[in-house]
Design a protein around this ligand. Structure first.
Ligand code: CP
Ligand code: NVA
Length: 314
């Protein structure tokens, strides 16, 4: 059994779901980053032998699927692929039945789907922890890895400014919520009509402590000025493929390129959750430049999710 006595706030996460960045407190988020950093540095080891994580992915994935699989393997546990194409999920077996049956076999479920409500339905019926591996609303595992990467660059994240330029999507939502919990000022820069959800904006502002701001601006230069991290994501997310042309027009002038990087703090890092379309939301120069931490960020998915699984399954 994993020994997490050095991270007291994580004890309360045992057996819980992680459906949103806001499902954990600021203290727990910091403890998850501490544990992830300790696991990455080899200062800590966790034993989840005998535990099995089920992966139900209704959308494509490279990083999330592989990092969850490797995370469980490194912790001594296993994963089982319950991809809808190979299970009865794809033939329409109700969530209520699937979730109750799978709870009898596996110890946790990591689910990537479209509607947050479907994820919540799984969590309602399952008696085991359910983890959001990306929905249309949020990508909370991504945000943990992102703030771990920011912390590695600056030592601490409290009081820093992260600017996200692009679509106010699932990744932006989790960055806002998780940033608010960690005391990071989050500035979302997006064209009119592509702002994050007003409900998530209000929720993030309510979570943010004194002096921490969560803003939305509609000009790319004002969005990035002085920021410590510049972040972008695709303009058309999975499920929005038919809007690609229209979005390409709407986001013209919003490419995260070297000119925007030059407006940020001199120490600023460049982040992207990947997969990326070079020449659209990010230039090749920004992606491959000396400020880029994009591949460290991808690696950190593994460490952050090991910490999360340890907390939920211990
Ligand atoms: N960033 C991310 O979630 O990547 P995948 O879609 O490859 O899992
Ligand atoms: N916003 C993107 C993130 C991919 C990891 C999507 O939902 O497709």
């Amino acid at each position: 059994m994993a020994a997490l006595s050095g991270y007291p706030s994580l004890a309360d996460l045992s057996g819980h779901d992680f459906l949103s960045s806001a499902d954990v407190s600021g203290e727990q988020t910091t403890a998850l980053l501490d544990l992830a950093a300790d696991l990455k540095a080899g200062r800590m080891s966790i034993d989840l032998s005998g535990k099995v994580l089920g992966l139900i992915f209704s959308k494509a994935s490279t990083r999330t699927r592989v990092s969850f699989t490797v995370a469980m393997a490194r912790l001594g546990g296993q994963t089982i692929d319950l991809n809808p194409q190979v299970s009865q999920v794809g033939r329409g077996e109700p969530v209520a039945d699937t979730a109750r049956v799978l709870s009898r076999y596996v110890d946790a479920l990591s689910i990537r789907t479209f509607a947050q409500e479907e994820l919540e339905e799984y969590a309602h019926w399952a008696s085991i922890p359910v983890v959001n591996a990306l929905t249309d609303l949020e990508h909370p595992c991504q945000a943990l890895a992102d703030y771990l990467t920011l912390r590695e660059a600056f030592g601490a994240v409290d009081g820093l400014t992260l600017s996200y330029v692009g679509d106010g999507n699932n990744v932006a939502h989790s960055l806002m919520l998780c940033g608010a919990l960690l005391g990071v000022n989050v500035r979302i820069g997006c064209p009119q009509g592509y702002a994050p959800s007003e409900a998530v904006l209000q929720q993030s502002r309510a979570l943010a402590g004194e002096g921490c701001s969560i803003e939305v601006v509609h000009d790319p230069v004002s969005a990035v000025r002085g920021a410590h991290a510049l972040y972008t994501d695709v303009w058309a997310s999975m499920g929005q493929e038919e809007e690609k042309g229209e979005r390409k027009q709407a986001f013209s002038g919003w490419c995260l390129n070297e000119d925007l990087v030059a407006e940020a703090d001199a120490r600023a890092i460049v982040l992207h959750c990947l997969p990326a379309y070079r020449g659209l939301e990010i230039s090749s120069g920004a992606m491959e430049g000396s400020s880029s931490r994009i591949f460290d960020q991808a690696e950190n998915r593994l460490h952050a999710q090991q910490a999360l699984l340890a907390a939920l399954l211990s």
